[in-house]
Design a protein around this ligand. Structure first.
Ligand code: SF4
Length: 318
């Protein structure tokens, strides 16, 4: 029953924007004859951010000497992505809302292209007026970070005093404005042992939302920290956590709803135009400022692990 509910609710998210249904069907038909359509393109709008989170991948991608992509450059790569099958754009950062006008314009463009759009946000700038503006621009979903229902532990993880209160407010502002909210929570060894991850799940249930759990990855401030990596026993607890109907993992975000899609159905584009299989896998295969996206993806998919969805692997980066 739980897996049926899961499949139904994942499919519901995929089909949230009705205008893209014909393209989803086309992509499944294309796959049935061996085609490899893209699904999700994650675009870093900026690497500026108010927080300094433990797990952040942006920290190791940021380069103050490089120029961030312009709206025109991002629109061009969105056009190319749609031609390759993309149906979902994730606008991320840093904190994408710091580049407010740029973000709003890109959401409007995704809507014009009949694509699902979502943002990753720490919630700090997501007040009621902004939520309405995002909705009017055509935003489908907001993935808001909430690492714990405990104020102290969330704020210390994010290294920003008051971040927890802002996240809660942002979640309410989105819900009140008809934006689907997904709560983004990083799994930690501690969280698996105490009850804190289940508390976030309970909170999301009240909102009729889901929690997208991120596995801990050695990146950013965790780059040299082997302690954070989960072992076999921890993964047993992750599997148990995933039995909760509200719990999701990134691996459900592909056409099969199972397996890591990095490089095959999902790609990430850095704020400087570099193309990677995922923002947590920092192998760069080319730059959209110098080459067509299709050529870069072809090069990436020559690597076996990025040639198709790795159905038996939860996350290639973890
Ligand atoms: S490596 Fe795969 S599962 Fe892990 S975050 Fe990236 S796309 Fe998601």
């Amino acid at each position: 029953m739980n897996s049926f509910y899961r499949l139904f609710s994942n499919a519901k998210i995929t089909l949230m924007n009705r205008k893209m249904v014909p393209r989803v069907i086309k992509n499944y038909l294309f796959m049935s004859i061996g085609g490899k359509p893209l699904r999700t393109v994650e675009i870093a709008v900026t690497y500026k951010c108010q927080c300094n989170c433990e797990h952040c991948s942006a920290e190791s991608l940021k380069d103050i000497f490089k120029k961030e992509l312009s709206i025109k450059e991002i629109k061009k790569v969105m056009d190319e992505s749609v031609k390759l099958g993309a149906i979902h754009f994730i606008f991320t950062g840093g904190e994408a809302l710091i580049e407010r006008e740029k973000l709003m314009e890109l959401i409007r463009y995704a809507d014009k292209k009949n694509c699902l759009s979502s943002i990753d946000s720490n919630g700090i700038l997501l007040d009621a007026k902004t939520a309405k503006e995002l909705k009017d621009a055509g935003l489908d979903a907001a993935c808001i970070s909430l690492d714990s229902t405990d104020k102290k532990s969330h704020d210390s993880f994010r290294k920003f005093e008051g971040c927890h209160a802002k996240s809660i407010k942002a979640i309410k502002n989105c819900t009140n404005n008809g934006i689907k909210v997904l709560i983004s929570t990083v799994i930690t060894k501690e969280g698996l042992k105490d009850n804190s991850l289940y508390k976030v799940l309970d909170y999301s249930k009240k909102l009729d939302s889901s929690v997208i759990f991120c596995l801990p990855i050695m990146t950013g401030n965790w780059s040299n920290n082997k302690e954070i990596r989960l072992n076999k026993k921890d993964y047993v607890l992750v599997d148990k956590l995933m039995e909760h109907p509200q719990a999701r993992l990134c691996e459900e975000n592909n056409y099969f709803f199972k397996g890591c899609a990095a490089g095959s159905q999902k790609i990430a584009i850095s704020a400087y135009g570099e193309v990677m299989p995922c923002s947590f896998l920092k192998e760069k295969y080319g730059n959209i400022r110098e080459e067509r996206l299709e050529a870069i993806i072809k090069r990436m998919q020559k690597k076996k692990k990025y040639s198709k969805v790795n159905r038996k692997i939860k996350c290639l980066a973890a």
